[in-house]
Design a protein around this ligand. Structure first.
Ligand code: C5P
Length: 239
């Protein structure tokens, strides 16, 4: 994989205009554009088509979590949009993940396209050890142990990879093997501001630890020259 293809640019903006301006500028310099609830809920599926029209691939980050039948139906629809990646919550359970993966594969077969890479979100990085124990009543496992167990459950359910914190790359890679895709946010080059991200890693460190893709937002989007920032990250990944 080329270094640029590992970069997923987070389109964390409110309007189609801002998003498409970024896509136009950056589609030759990053591999994937992440569309989350902020954009999708405001604009609708049309935003996916418009990113595709500009030559970008799409990670639809809607973190599906519902009964298996409903998530399977949504997975079928998202596959029809020809997204490159989308995701579900592992907390939805084994059956939900299996049905989502199966629905995506079957729909891709029907339309003769490559199936999207389906990812699972394990434990949200915003959940602390204390919340896990006191509010979610998980007292027998650490966050890291639960993350690894759910990554394995996702893999056994036919899911292609996970979104996880940089801290979890090494244990997940060890448990799930070389072909399971690992996508990590919390990426900060040394030359950029941390913003609200706390446990951060550089793009190069994430790659060395075994990440396949990295979600990067503000270090590129808020740079004075976003193309130069993306090029600099690519150079560091290739060094
Ligand atoms: O601007 P920044 O590089 O921090 O953007 C990171 C992106 O990754 C945002 O879209 C954020 O919602 C997402 N993300 C994250 N941490 C997680 C999961 C997703 O920062 N644990």
């Amino acid at each position: 994989m080329q270094a640029k293809d590992r970069i997923i640019l987070a389109l964390d903006v409110d309007t189609a205009e801002e998003a498409l301006q970024l896509v136009g500028k950056l589609s030759a310099h990053v591999g994937v554009f992440k569309i989350g609830m902020q954009l999708y809920d405001g604009i609708g599926p049309e935003i996916i088509k418009r990113v595709h029209d500009l030559g970008g691939r799409v990670f639809l980050d809607l973190k599906l979590h519902d009964i298996p039948n409903t998530v399977a139906a949504a997975s079928r629809l998202i596959t029809r949009f020809n997204t490159f990646m989308f995701n579900v919550h592992a907390a939805g359970g084994r059956e939900m993940m299996s049905q989502a993966a199966q629905a995506a594969r079957e729909q891709a077969d029907r339309q003769s396209t490559a199936p999207p890479l389906l990812l699972a979100v394990t434990v949200l990085t915003s959940i602390s050890q204390q919340e896990l124990a006191e509010d979610m009543l998980v007292t027998s496992l650490s966050v890291e142990e639960l993350v690894v167990k759910w990554a394995l459950m996702a893999q056994q359910s036919g899911i292609g990879g996970v979104v996880c914190s940089p801290q979890e790359i090494i244990p997940i890679r060890k448990a799930c093997g070389p072909d399971f895709k690992i996508v990590t946010p919390g990426i900060r080059p040394l030359w950029s501001a941390a913003n609200d991200q706390k446990r951060i890693t550089t793009p190069r460190q994430a790659l060395d630890q075994g990440a396949d893709f990295m979600v990067i937002g503000r270090p590129i989007v808020q740079a004075d020259d976003p193309v130069a920032a993306a090029r600099r990250i690519i150079d560091e990944l290739e060094a």
